[in-house]
Structure formats: structure tokens, C-alpha cells
Design a protein around this ligand. Structure first.
Ligand SMILES: C[S@@+](CC[C@H](N)C(=O)[O-])C[C@H]1O[C@@H](n2cnc3c(N)ncnc32)[C@H](O)[C@@H]1O
Ligand code: SF4
Length: 375
């Protein structure tokens, strides 16, 4: 089970919190499209299999491209890979790009899952985050996507945002759960270096929220998701029965993927490779066939840490038999030792040789994972 990721490195406006790689000038859009196809031609042999189960258009903002252009990338992928019958093809989209016309055309493509960045449904939060859409536009985009036949819709929300009170967060969740969507990714705000929020915090113009409020918001999210029939299957991800993000789940299960585009990462079971985070240099590199990426061979410890860090975040947990088989006795004993106190504190439960975070453990998942880390 392999996947292909396309990084679309353009945005029409910069959100105050976001450090994902993107340019706000769209002038190189056409040239970039042809470079993405060229890179696919140059690097398709990177993946161990010829069959793929997922394609993911992330960014940046994939919806800066017209549906026909997204389909061109899907067709280019089909030149090198066969597609699983139930292939999941996700496109991240910003609500303000999703006009009725755009959605109708997108429905004609092979994209079968939409991931929309909604973040909040309050005007003041959207303004603070420098989003391009209003709450009404966001809700209309979701409803229109459903009207035009999209039945696998994920939305992104952010909590722990300065000014987001518990009642505002509750209102966001109530409005979102009324919308019959299939999946939610909800992230705690991270103040990343290089962002507007980071500068504001450094200058004392913005204060990070109290930890207690963040925890309250996370708890409310978990409770509301449960009430509304959503399964909490990864620390930040919730879905209706069986509607997991197949693409992200494959990352968490160490399946190989090929990343195309500037800043895209790839993994083929033995090494990680990442493309340069600069549109111009990326396009030069692809056109002249001069390397524009770096790679690292993964040691057994790297692979162990990757497995622990991702597996513990999911409802499928960390399988001790797999640890013993793939990483050896020492790492197996290490996991048992590290799990001991967390099992006692009811942060981890053990089930069929698998360590799984309890509802209580989810709140301290980062601390638990740090304990398991092998240095
Ligand atoms: C790469 S963005 C792409 C989505 C799309 N461009 C949009 O904005 O709608 C994916 C998601 O990551 C989340 N995100 C990005 N930066 C974040 C940060 N600093 N803290 C928390 N969540 C963040 C947002 O929820 C965002 O929708
Ligand atoms: S959140 Fe999305 S739209 Fe905003 S800057 Fe990041 S990638 Fe671009």
C-alpha cells in the first residue's frame, strides 16, 4: 500500500499561524504544474510498488489550480502507477475557492475526498488568523460540496487560539457537527517561528492561551465528537465509522509514499528524502536535473522512533510483537519498561500485546511518547 503526495506551494494570502511552504505570488503556477509532472516522470521508481492506494494534494492551497489541472496531475500519476479499486484521492481546499462552478467541475475529476481548512466559524478568529473567508462562506462551501456529490469531507479546525473562549469553541463544534461531515482534524495552535503569530508573541502583542483552557477545549472536542458518533482514531483526528484518512493512516503505519513538489517528503521504507523548500530552486533543479533534495538513510533507532511516535498516536496502538520482530529484544524490553508506569497511572492500556493510549493518556500523549523515544 503506497501513496503519492503532491505539495502545491502557493497561497493567495498568508495565514498568521502557518509555516507550511508556500509562495503568495502565483505567477509560476503553470511552470510549476509542468515541473510536478516532470518530477513524477523522474522519480516514480522511488516507490517499491507499482500500485497506489492514495493520492493527496496538500499545500499550500491545491485549489489555486483549476479542477482540470488537478486531473492532469492524476492522469500523469496514472502513467506510472496502477490505482487500487478503492483509491482515495484527497484534495485540500480553501473554502473561498470552492464556488459552485469549481465544485461542479471538481466532481467530474477523480478527486473523491475534500479536506477544507475552516479553522473557526467566528469572524474575529478568522480575522486574527488572516483567513480569506467568512464563517458563512465556509458553511456554504461545505453545503455546496455535499450538494454536488462529495460524500467524504474532512474539515480542519484550530483550538487554543488567543481569544477563543470555551463557549466560542463549543459554538464552533456545534455548528460543525450539524453539517453531516465525515471527518475532522482539529489541531492545537502551534506558534511557529517565521509566522506573524510568532512575531506578535515575541513583541508581547499576542499571548498564548493558558494550558488549562487548551485542555478544556480538547476535552470538549473529544466529548462532542463522541456524542456525534465520531471515532477518535488519532490524537488530532476524528471520523464517522470507517471514514479514516487512508493517506494519513498509511503515514502512521509506515507505508511508503512519494512526495512530489517543493518541500515534499518521501519515504520508501529505508530512507527519507525531502525536496528543497524554494519554488524557484525546485523548478530549476527539476528542469536541469540537478539534485534539489536531501536524503537520510534511516537507522534501526530512527525506524523504531518513527514507529513509536506514530503508532502511539493512533487507536491501533503500538504492537509489542512487531517491536520484538522488527527491532529486537532490547527495544521490546525498553517498551515494556516505559509502559509500566503509564499502565499503572491509567495512561496506557495493554490489549492483545498492543499498547494503546487511554482517554486519560491522550491528554499527555507528548510526554508519554518522549519516554518511549530511543536515543
Ligand atoms: C497546510 S494547511 C492546508 C490547508 C489549506 N491551505 C487551508 O488553509 O485551508 C493544513 C492545516 O494545518 C493546520 N495548521 C497549519 N498551521 C498550523 C499551526 N501553526 N497550528 C495549528 N494548526 C495548523 C490548519 O488547520 C490547516 O488547515
Ligand atoms: S493555512 Fe492554508 S491557506 Fe493559510 S497559509 Fe497555510 S497553507 Fe496557505
Amino acid at each position: 500500500m503506497s501513496g503519492v503526495y503532491f505539495h502545491i506551494p502557493f497561497c493567495k494570502q498568508l495565514c498568521s499561524y502557518c509555516d507550511f511552504h508556500k509562495n503568495i505570488s502565483l505567477t509560476a503556477k503553470n511552470e510549476m504544474l509542468s515541473c510536478l509532472k516532470k518530477e513524477l516522470e523522474q522519480r516514480h521508481n522511488y516507490l517499491p510498488d507499482r500500485n497506489i492506494s492514495t493520492i493527496y494534494f496538500g499545500g499550500g492551497t491545491p485549489s489555486v489550480y483549476q479542477p482540470e489541472e488537478i486531473q492532469e496531475l492524476i492522469d500523469a500519476t496514472a502513467n506510472y502507477f496502477s490505482f487500487s479499486e478503492d483509491i482515495e484521492i484527497t484534495m485540500e481546499a480553501n473554502p473561498d475557492d470552492l464556488t459552485s462552478d469549481y465544485l461542479q467541475k471538481l466532481q467530474q475529476t477523480a478527486v473523491n475526498r475534500l479536506s477544507m481548512g475552516i479553522q473557526s466559524l467566528h469572524a474575529d478568529d478568522l480575522k486574527l488568523m488572516n483567513r480569506r473567508h467568512s464563517d458563512k462562506e465556509a458553511v456554504t462551501a461545505i453545503k455546496n460540496a455535499q450538494k454536488y456529490g462529495f460524500d467524504n469531507i474532512s474539515i480542519d479546525l484550530i483550538y487554543g487560539v488567543p481569544g477563543l473562549t470555551i463557549s466560542k469553541w463549543e459554538e464552533n463544534l456545534n455548528r460543525i457537527f450539524e453539517l453531516s461531515i465525515q471527518h475532522i482534524s482539529a489541531y492545537h495552535l502551534m506558534i511557529e517561528p517565521g509566522t506573524v503569530f510568532y512575531q506578535k508573541v515575541a513583541r508581547g502583542k499576542l499571548s498564548e492561551v493558558e494550558e488549562e483552557l487548551s485542555i478544556q477545549q480538547f476535552k470538549l472536542l473529544i466529548d462532542k465528537a463522541k456524542e456525534n458518533g465520531f471515532e477518535h482514531y488519532e490524537v488530532s483526528n476524528f471520523c464517522k465509522k470507517g471514514m479514516y484518512s487512508k493517506h494519513n493512516t498509511a503515514y502512521w503505519q509506515q507505508k511508503p509514499y512519494l512526495g512530489i513538489g517543493p518541500a515534499a517528503h518521501s519515504y520508501n521504507l529505508h530512507e527519507r528524502e525531502w525536496n528543497i523548500s524554494n519554488n524557484k530552486k525546485y523548478m530549476q533543479g527539476i528542469t536541469t536535473r540537478v539534485a534539489c533534495s536531501e536524503k537520510e538513510q534511516l537507522s534501526t533507532s530512527d525506524k523504531f522512533n518513527d514507529y513509536v511516535l506514530t503508532a502511539l498516536r493512533t487507536k491501533w496502538g503500538l504492537n509489542l510483537k512487531r517491536v520484538e520482530k522488527e527491532f529486537g529484544e532490547k527495544q521490546y524490553a525498553h517498551c515494556l519498561k516505559m509502559a509500566e508506569k503509564h499502565i499503572k497511572n491509567n495512561n496506557i492500556r495493554i490489549e492483545n500485546d498492543t499498547l494503546i493510549l487511554t482517554d486519560k493518556g491522550v491528554f499527555v500523549s507528548n510526554d508519554i511518547m518522549a519516554d518511549f523515544f530511543w536515543v
